[in-house]
Design a protein around this ligand. Structure first.
Ligand SMILES: NC(=O)c1ccc[n+]([C@@H]2O[C@H](COP(=O)([O-])OP(=O)(O)OC[C@H]3O[C@@H](n4cnc5c(N)ncnc54)[C@H](O)[C@@H]3O)[C@@H](O)[C@H]2O)c1
Length: 275
């Protein structure tokens, strides 16, 4: 009998926590473009009793994403597909961030809309950087990010003149939230749901690299003024994914869940809470 399939794209800090939390009893298909990382995580999960398959993917390629969905569908009904692959401003230049964080998510939403099981659910990991961008982008720009066909996305004029990787990341992550909302209509047509999660600062390899980089001081300041006053753990994000893909969330689709320990609230309202 075919078991339900959980697809986890991006097998870094969050991907591993999500696979461990939501993987038991399912076939877990891990996908990443770092084949060494894929093999290492597959071995570690296999040793812990998980049923794991792997498939290399470059999320920025339609062909590669198509090959992944074909493999996923061949394994059984796809109950959940979680997109965590990403590059941060400390890791990459503007072009690469737009290809992976913007185009990659658009490719995921298109491709998995065609294979997700009825009753299944998708989650895209966006970022609080997208939430912070929301108030700053003009409405016509947001509309273009939400609705431009995937193969024309990277040609949008305003993406040709971004000043730095941080600006590209904020726009890409806002686009993730908007495109998930728009895609939920198509996913709904198959009886499936799709949502995004916008994490705050999470202690994964990427989070640690950002904290050590140029924007580290600003990120630490956001954590300091947040209601929880702490970094997030990969498990905090895995818990949110389990909720959104589980039976308690069957009325939630097209939504963004901010899981930031109160960092955005603190940034906007710290003065109101001070005594
Ligand atoms: N860590 C944080 O503080 C934080 C905060 C907000 C949002 N996020 C977002 O959460 C997601 C997960 O981040 P993480 O902290 O687990 O990072 P991570 O660096 O631990 O993992 C990201 C994974 O994506 C993979 N990847 C990169 N480009 C790829 C491509 N083209 N195709 C396939 N895989 C690719 C990498 O190999 C890596 O394994 C990212 O989208 C990130 O932008 C992270």
């Amino acid at each position: 009998m075919n078991k339900d399939v959980l697809v986890v794209i991006g097998t870094g800090g969050m991907g591993e926590a999500i696979a461990r939390r939501s993987g038991p009893g399912r076939t877990v298909l891990l996908a990443d473009f770092n084949e060494e990382l894929l093999a290492r995580l597959s071995e570690s999960l296999g040793a812990d009793g998980y049923h794991v398959e792997t498939h290399p993917v470059d999320v920025s390629s339609v062909t590669s994403m198509g090959s992944l969905t074909e493999r996923a569908a061949s394994l059984g009904p796809i109950a959940a597909a979680v997109h965590t692959a990403g590059l941060s401003p400390a890791q990459a230049a503007v072009d690469a961030i737009l290809r992976v964080d913007l185009l990659g998510v658009a490719n995921f939403l298109d491709a998995f809309a065609a294979v997700i099981a009825s009753g299944g659910s998708g989650v895209v990991i966006a970022s609080m950087a997208g939430t912070l961008s929301a108030g700053r982008l003009p409405p016509e720009l947001e509309a273009a990010l939400a609705a431009t066909p995937t193969d024309e996305l990277l040609s949008l004029p305003f993406l040709q003149q971004l000043p730095d990787p941080g600006a590209a990341y904020g726009i890409a992550k806002r686009a993730n939230q908007l495109r998930v909302q728009a895609a939920s209509m198509q996913w709904g047509g198959r009886g499936a749901r799709v949502n995004s999660i916008s994490p705050g600062v999470i202690a994964t390899p990427m989070g640690q690299q950002e904290l050590a980089g140029d924007s580290g001081a600003q990120m630490r300041a956001m954590v300091d003024v947040s209601a929880t006053g702490r970094l997030g753990t990969p498990g905090d994000i895995a818990a949110a994914v389990a909720f959104l893909t589980g039976p308690e969330a069957t009325f939630i689709s097209g939504a963004d869940l901010l899981v930031d320990g109160g960092a955005v609230a603190g940034t906007r309202h710290a003065a109101a809470g001070s005594v």
